[in-house]
Write a protein that binds this ligand. Structure first.
Ligand SMILES: Nc1ncnc2c1ncn2[C@@H]1O[C@H](COP(=O)(O)OP(=O)(O)OP(=O)(O)O)[C@@H](O)[C@H]1O
Ligand SMILES: [Mg+2]
Length: 293
């Protein structure tokens, strides 16, 4: 018999609670696949099936699960880049359901995304200063040069990085540039989709620490997606474990990591060898010693 999801929070009412940064209520997303044969239609893909959770302001919320379980689909829906097939999402208490595209600008102001691969998310023809300033231009911000310098320094880069191009930086430095751009419009929520998975193992801990420090300093809410529970454990207070479009377990990261209730979570912990071991061999002092480029 199929195992029942454990520890899932009660489904919140849509758009409730002013302290909730994000509230997701019974969200499903079904993709219709293009017909590949004349005889039969391809079956639809149920990327999300009845997903519900709420994230209070200031929480660092991890979402973990294997490839294809629906993590990025969920993040796109949170960012207003995709719509649920059914169910509802509220950001800062405002329900996105049924809002026309032009009314979704408030989501861009409050919530910014950081993606896995900084090389493909940064325009190689633009100078770093212009990349970071892009969201400020959209907002009609006045003194952009000063603000860009401030942002670059906040992510551990020198202000003169503004005059260079993305290919002149290492992978870790490029991810710092993405983080600076995400912070530019002063969002309250950062949504990061596998932000260290494409990076060299040696710089992952530094970038994770940078994200954790900035989230603290700026009192941000963090949604952090990874296939690796040990990475999520390093930066998040709570975690939701996703499997085949559903949340199968939710809890504090310590509890889920130390005492997983669901068999899928146990398999996930056993299967992922990477950063957990790398981090367990690194002292807190090492982690805090940021290598400034
Ligand atoms: N635009 C789309 N059209 C059809 N199917 C899609 C689309 N986007 C996602 N899917 C399918 O939905 C499921 C969930 O995909 P999603 O990208 O959300 O997974 P993920 O957990 O982010 O995976 P990964 O860890 O590989 O990034 C997959 O089966 C995927 O093939
Ligand atoms: Mg993904």
């Amino acid at each position: 018999m199929a195992e029942q999801p454990t520890g899932a929070p009660p489904a919140p009412e849509p758009g409730t609670g002013p302290t909730e940064a994000i509230s997701v209520h019974d969200v499903t997303r079904v993709y219709q696949r293009p017909r590949t044969s004349l005889r039969s239609a391809s079956p639809p893909v149920h990327a999300l099936r009845g997903v519900s959770f709420a994230i209070p302001q200031g929480q660092r919320f991890g979402i973990v699960g294997e490839s294809g379980c629906g993590k990025s689909t969920l993040l796109r829906i949170l960012a207003g880049l995709d719509r649920p097939t059914s169910g509802s999402v509220a950001i800062d208490g405002r329900d996105l359901t049924g809002l026309p595209e032009r009314r979704l600008t408030f989501v861009r102001e409050r919530l910014q995304l950081v993606f896995q691969d900084p090389m493909s998310s940064l325009d190689p023809r633009m100078r770093v200063g212009d990349i970071v300033a892009e969201p400020l231009v959209a907002q009609g911000h006045g003194n952009r040069r000063e603000r860009v310098a401030e942002l670059l320094e906040a992510v551990g880069l020198r202000a003169d990085a503004a005059d260079r191009y993305p290919h002149q930086f290492s992978g870790g430095q490029r991810q710092r540039i993405s983080i600076a751009r995400a912070l530019a419009p002063r969002p309250k929520i950062i949504v990061a989709d596998e932000p260290v998975s494409a990076l060299d193992v040696s710089v992952r801990a530094q970038v994770l620490n940078l994200i954790a420090d900035l989230v603290d300093e700026l009192s941000l809410t963090l949604v952090f997606v990874s296939h690796d529970l040990s990475v999520v454990r390093h930066v998040c207070d709570r975690v939701a474990v996703m499997h085949a479009g559903q949340i199968v377990e939710t809890g504090s990261t310590e509890q889920v990591y130390e005492d997983p209730r669901h068999s899928y979570t146990r398999r996930l912990i056993a299967a992922v060898p990477t950063l957990g071991r790398a981090l367990s061999g690194v002292s807190a002092a090492d982690l805090n010693r940021e290598q400034r480029p």
